[in-house]
Design a protein around this ligand. Structure first.
Ligand SMILES: Cc1cc2nc3c(=O)[nH]c(=O)nc-3n(C[C@H](O)[C@H](O)[C@H](O)COP(=O)(O)OP(=O)(O)OC[C@H]3O[C@@H](n4cnc5c(N)ncnc54)[C@H](O)[C@@H]3O)c2cc1C
Length: 413
């Protein structure tokens, strides 16, 4: 990669990307830089900057840098100085903290950031040529036509038919196009829900404004906070038992009183932070296990459509960016007739790793939510001497493009 989107040569393959989230936009940028005529179809009338915070880890930062976006991203994000600051629910005692700043760069060549999803999306959208992005365009159907794919696209002006050489479904966690590749399956309810909100930095206690990712651990729930948007906003995510809440939507409103009640009796310092919350979103957490395949013919999945994951590992956006970079390497210089084989190579490279990250996200829940007692005390004692940065080397140290180059070099021409 390098620079933003390049000139598209005549006769380049036409690729339709369904969904203009982080995955779809990153894919458009990477594909166009690789000389592929990629167009994004996004159902919303504008780029949906909704959402709250997300972590952007070195494995994705190195790819953003190669896309030429790291500096702009850094201006809009927060570079973490410390992370995994674990605090005890009742007293606020710091059980553990990991130095992140220079240590992260030394170990993985890039820092770790926290960002508002909208800020990351804005950086990607700003680099994609406007004619590449069709807004207010919902893809309602895709159909194979021997050597091409026909898409039905609904816009305000009516129904359009689009012909493409390949389709990338980047239509998110609740992807409907996924069923083009695999049988429909109900997700598993995790039993938890997440409250999310953003608070202006000037309204929160000073400890919450530090460039630190903090986790308060307590029985059956945990509470996370960190600054985003160059420190102007503080992101809060509180994972609690779902009770009757079943709505799986990033934009559903929750009740502040319910959030307050969930953390009744916790440290007064945390109470002070919760006291600054005036509105919350709430979404039920559903788990989806790794898919057995991502690709069928000229059709493949990318981002949350391919590997939706519980948020415990903070890798949703990062894995989508890795997908985008690898997809572009696999499709570069490929003739339209060879796209199905190239899409399979993309899947072969990406599916094992993304599935592993999905499984890891699934396994994180128990540890954070232990009730007080011997197991919790053993957990807290075990934090000493740990290095989550080192333990996560396989995630943060990964160079998705280097892996793809290695894989593709070993393929017969
Ligand atoms: C509104 C929203 C808020 C979010 N908030 C957070 C957050 O606070 N923290 C966090 O870690 N993650 C958040 N996420 C998820 C996070 O963005 C993803 O995990 C990750 O970035 C991978 O994104 P994606 O591009 O694969 O999918 P998504 O970001 O879900 O994007 C999918 C896109 O596809 C579009 N789409 C769906 N169906 C069609 C169709 N048929 N035709 C055309 N377009 C279609 C959707 O409108 C959406 O823009 C949010 C996602 C959304 C959609």
């Amino acid at each position: 990669m390098g620079g933003t989107s390049g000139t598209i040569p005549a006769g380049a393959p036409r690729v339709a990307i369904v969904g203009g989230g982080i995955g779809g936009l990153a894919a458009a940028l990477c594909l166009r830089t690789a000389g592929i005529d990629a167009t994004v179809y996004e159902q919303a009338d504008g780029i949906v900057a909704a959402g709250a915070g997300t972590t952007v880890t070195p494995n994705a930062v190195r790819l953003l840098r190669r896309m030429g976006l790291a500096e702009e991203f850094e201006r809009r994000a927060v570079r973490l100085e410390q992370g995994w600051e674990m605090r005890r629910w009742e007293t606020g005692e710091v059980l553990f903290v990991q130095e992140m700043g220079e240590r992260c760069r030394e170990m993985y060549g890039e820092p770790c950031y926290t960002a508002h999803r909208g800020d990351l999306l804005g950086v990607l959208a700003g680099a994609v040529p406007s004619e590449t992005l069709r807004l207010g365009a919902t893809v309602t159907e895709v159909a194979d036509e021997s050597d091409r794919v026909r898409l039905t696209v609904q816009t305000r002006a009516g129904t359009e038919t689009v012909i493409a050489d390949a389709v990338i479904a980047a239509d998110g966690m609740r992807s409907t196009l996924r069923e083009t590749v695999v049988a429909a399956a109900d997700p598993e309810f995790s039993g938890d829900s997440a409250f999310r909100c953003l608070i202006p930095a000037e309204k929160v206690p000073a400890f919450a404004r530090r460039p630190v990712q903090t986790l308060w651990l307590g029985p059956g729930r945990h509470f996370v906070h960190y600054p985003v948007s160059a420190g102007r906003l503080i992101n809060i995510v509180a994972i609690v038992p779902a009770g009757e809440w079943r709505e799986e939507s990033w934009i559903a409103d929750g009740r502040v009183a319910d959030l307050v009640a969930e953390f009744d009796g916790w440290s007064p310092r945390l109470g002070e932070l919760i006291g600054a919350v005036t509105a919350v979103k709430r979404w039920a957490l559903y788990d989806r296990r790794p898919l057995p395949r991502w690709t069928r013919g000229r059709f493949t999945l990318l981002g949350d459509a391919a590997h939706p994951m519980l948020p415990y590992y903070g890798q949703g956006a990062n894995q989508a960016i890795e997908d985008a970079a690898v997809l572009a390497l696999c499709l570069r210089d490929v003739a339209p007739g060879d796209l199905p084989a190239a899409l399979l190579r993309y899947e072969e490279i990406r599916r094992p790793r993304a599935s592993r990250v999905q499984e890891m996200s699934h396994g994180k829940r128990e540890v954070n939510h232990m009730p007080d007692g011997p197991a919790q005390r053993a957990r807290d004692a075990g934090f000493a001497g740990r290095s989550p940065l080192a333990a996560n080397a396989w995630v943060y140290g990964h160079d998705a493009e280097a892996e793809a180059h290695g894989f593709l070099a070993g393929q017969p021409a």
